[in-house]
Design a protein around this ligand. Sequence first.
Ligand SMILES: *Cc1c(COP(=O)(O)O)cnc(C)c1O
Length: 460
Amino acid sequence: MHDELRKLPSVDRLLQESAIRHLVQEYGHELAVEGLRYALDAARDRIRGGAPCPSSDEIVSEAVSYLNLLTRPTLRPVINASGVIIHTNLGRAPLSEETRAAMIAAARGYTNLEYDLEAGQRGSRYVHAEQLLCRLTGAEAALVVNNNAGAVLLVLTALAQGREVIISRSQLIEIGGGFRIPDVMRQSGARLVEVGTTNRTHLRDYEEALGPETAALMRAHHSNFRIIGFTAEVPLEDLVALAGEHGLLVFDDLGSGTLLDTAAFGLAHEPTMQESVAVGADIVSCSGDKLLGGPQAGIILGRAKLIARLRRHPLTRALRVDKTTLAGLQATLLHYLKGEAVDKIPVWRMIAARPDTLKQRADRWAQALSQAGVRALVIEGRSTVGGGSLPGETLPTWLVALEVDSPDALAARLRAGEPPVIARIENDRLCLDPRTVFKREEEVLLQAVQAALRSGDSHL
Ligand SMILES: *Cc1c(COP(=O)(O)O)cnc(C)c1O
């Protein structure tokens, strides 16, 4: 053992070797030394356990594995075969080609982000998406902040701090990531006045709660749940009329926010941004990366005077969006203006994907995977929109269902692969939904599944 240990080269000697040079070139001297030390320590442990001294090549290769893992980004692309189109855990909306290009262009060099090119002086970053938003929704003015949670916080802080905001008990929602309407309200300094019951709220409930301290009536989209059965909520129109009589504001948190009518795709109707504006909500907020299909952002639409107040509020600075977001949002909104959103925006392409096309893709996958020796069936299934929109609504799809002894083990292997693949398990089968997989990812996906089926000794 001691002889073998003595045969181990020193870090300094390894660094003289030509094979090491590329290691230093790629990772820099310090990391290369760390990698070699790691590999030598590991070799020493193995020798003590009775193994022979490894060759220099083996030591270098171990150092490379260590450094690859160390420097691998933790934020990585994954293939979403789950069939959940707007998956918050998977980064919500994938972006259109034009959106990506606009973001790269803004990131590469300088921009006129806050520079008025005509006047040659300081401008405002908030003009960039505003015109498009106003044109598309009919709003007088618009403001973009970091996300919709920030938008709700800003609106309540700037327009209702120290005063009362009335909201139905059925809308006191919690969405993922610990965002609860009552908590955000408390944080803003607005006082929550809850009215109605969990399942039914009437206009008179709002009326009875009105007082000298009331600043606004708020409506919040249910986001991720649905109340069914004996239910009643007050239409936005009626809230607007009531608020009008008393000189109060109506704030509509649309959650997802959409510009297109989801009913045209066989889904329930999701309230659109244009509708809320047309009905007369004074302030409307929604996310940029849910059904809109753009980058993460919080979009606020509303009356010019109110938006001006929001813009001046110090919190706006803290919730400020960056140039790449604004560039991306603009490019995404342009798709709507040009009437090409369904063709260009991935979220809408996925929503609009036709079952027969999905079946063709599923058939092809199943065939390829059957050749790898697994039982792969093509079965009918349901995709979901996700992202706190259209709760309970699904789209018909075709799934590739793999029959293996342990679908959990296969799912874990798929997650551990490169790229990781996210599948779902239904009725003890591992299911892959083509709806959320890009065409360009198909070959890689099939290879990843084949590799996962082959890998390891443990039985699947
Ligand atoms: C998603 C959602 C939010 C939060 O939006 P983010 O963009 O995730 O910050 C707020 N309210 C509702 C109703 C939502 O659905």
